[in-house]
Unconditional design. Structure first.
Ligand SMILES: [Zn+2]
Length: 277
């Protein structure tokens, strides 16, 4: 994921790039925005830009050793923490139990919700959480020396799903950060992140995509008409994930509308047999 693959958010991208150029990258940042604003894509592109060995003024190079490993999300200085579930793989699960699935999932598209992720790992109705067991993993990973980059970067997706014990450990690390460590917290519901963590992170507030940004993205990705893209982006209200879902489900929505119309017609005619059928 690089910046040019994000369909908008030019102002935020400009700010992030400036922070690198001016060497004032804050060691703990909270990317906060509503679902579908592209916050995870921004965090991934930012981390890659920071680690790139040949970055331009606008983006990472995509070719250096770091970029190649970033593309596969296997860079040894890039760490992920994200909600997982108990039971399926471990009684005390940590993100690394699911890292293969995570890489595959994020590679498909950086625009997703917690439900998309839980569906992907097929957990039924289980609640995803960042469990207490993750705390010692975070400490272990960040106590390692950097392998290849100047920075170790830890992307924490949905810090609002973090167990209290993990939050406390993380808080300590944010207060006394290990050398050359960068925390990027990506939250859909920043108000639910514990206030002590919120207040110690630099807040990067991410607005929703504009209607025209969503529209252009849909036209490119789904090859739909401008009119249809405009309708969908209007309904999606800047939420790119919702817009993609609406596009993907459009045919089934139309089928359902037909079924509903028939249902109403049979009810009106009191045609009980057809209605039951
Ligand atoms: Zn590069």
């Amino acid at each position: 994921m690089n910046f040019s693959q994000i369909p908008g958010q030019k102002e935020i991208i400009g700010k992030l790039i400036r922070s690198v150029k001016e060497e004032r990258v804050s060691h703990a940042q909270l990317f906060a925005g509503n679902e579908g604003c592209g916050s995870m894509a921004l965090a991934l592109a930012y981390a890659r830009y920071i680690s790139c060995e040949d970055r331009s003024d606008h983006d990472s190079c995509g070719k250096c050793k770091s970029c190649v490993k970033y593309e596969k999300m296997i860079h040894p200085d890039l760490h992920f923490v994200f909600p997982v579930i108990k039971g399926k793989k471990a009684t005390d699960p940590v993100s690394d139990n699911y890292i293969e699935e995570w890489r595959e999932f994020v590679s498909k598209s950086p625009f997703f919700t917690i439900n998309d992720w839980l569906d992907f790992i097929e957990v039924g109705n289980a609640q995803g959480m960042i469990f207490a067991s993750e705390a010692s993993e975070i400490i272990r990973k960040l106590s390692l020396k950097t392998f290849e980059s100047d920075f170790k970067i830890m992307i924490i997706w949905l810090p609002e799903k973090m167990h209290q014990a993990t939050s406390n450990k993380l808080l300590k690390m944010i207060e006394e950060p290990p050398e050359k460590t960068l925390f990027l917290l990506v939250s859909d519901e920043p108000d639910k992140v514990i206030p002590t963590i919120q207040s110690r992170c630099q807040l990067v507030r991410i607005p929703a995509f504009s209607d025209s940004e969503v529209e252009n993205y849909l036209i490119k990705r789904f090859a739909i008409t401008k009119e249809k893209a405009a309708d969908i982006s209007h309904v999606a209200n800047g939420n790119l994930i919702r817009a993609i879902e609406l596009c993907e489900n459009e045919s089934s929505s139309l089928d359902n509308l037909d079924r509903f119309k028939n249902l109403m017609r049979f009810a009106w005619k009191r045609d009980v047999i057809s209605l039951i059928n």
